[in-house]
Design a protein around this ligand. Structure first.
Ligand code: HEM
Length: 204
């Protein structure tokens, strides 16, 4: 739901193809900046709109063919073009270092996850697609921080560039930690459910 809310809030401005509606500072000396940004947003929307279905267990179980189709759309129409286009505009972006690392990690995790599916190594596929999901969604925390923190009392406008760089890292770190926690928690839970049931005996 958060992903779809983000799409509704941030994407429509870029579907007008009107550079004056862009919320980021466009470089006037770089004529292709707006076109690449808009294409990044559109391909990113494909990724963000498809990935929640991919992680939904019931959807995967009931519609395996749709899972494969949407998985290919996520990787080839979403992640690959969107991350490469993001890399093309990071030199002009707020928080360039974090954004560049985020784009590279997103691309690498998704390609590795896709390769693991092709090799039928589904444990590794699941692991890396959960990392890929975490890296796709990290962009949301950054946007929320940049939109809210400057309105907090006592915010010093001179620290805005620092906020922009920090915002580009926070989502990466928090989401990857959350993904790792989820992987370990589900592994422990599944191990527990495989343990033989103790019927009528004390657990002490
Ligand atoms: C790791 C993944 C991603 C990276 C590294 C990334 C990077 C970037 C960069 C560098 C910009 C330009 C910011 C600036 O010039 O200040 C940008 C803008 C934008 N990106 Fe991404 N992006 C990613 C994923 C996504 C996804 C999945 C979407 C989904 C729709 C998306 C939607 C947008 C939007 C809407 C903007 C314009 C922001 C605004 O109007 O405030 N991005 N992104």
């Amino acid at each position: 739901m958060i992903a779809y809310l983000f799409i509704l809030m941030f994407v429509p401005a870029y579907l007008t193809f009107d550079p004056s509606q862009a919320r980021v500072n466009l470089r006037e000396d770089v004529p292709w900046h707006y076109g690449v940004l808009a294409a990044h947003v559109i391909f990113g929307t494909v990724a963000m709109a498809t990935v929640p279905f991919q992680l939904w267990p019931r959807f995967r179980q009931r519609f395996p063919a749709a899972h494969r189709f949407m998985g290919r759309a996520y990787v080839f129409v979403g992640v690959i073009p969107s991350s490469l286009l993001a890399l093309a505009i990071v030199p002009f972006a707020a928080g360039p270092a974090g954004n560049a690392i985020g784009a590279l990690l997103w691309l690498a995790a998704s390609l590795y996850g896709w390769r693991m599916a092709r090799l039928r190594r589904y444990q590794q596929h699941r692991r890396f697609m959960i990392y890929s999901f975490a890296l796709c969604m990290q962009i949301i925390e950054g946007r929320v921080m940049v939109l809210t923190i400057p309105h907090l009392p006592g915010f010093d406008p001179s620290s805005f560039p620092l906020l922009l760089e920090t915002a580009s890292w926070i989502g990466i770190v928090l989401n990857l930690l959350a993904a790792q926690w989820w992987l370990e928690w589900t592994a422990r839970r599944n191990k527990g459910s495989l343990a033989p049931a103790r019927v009528g005996t004390s657990t002490r």
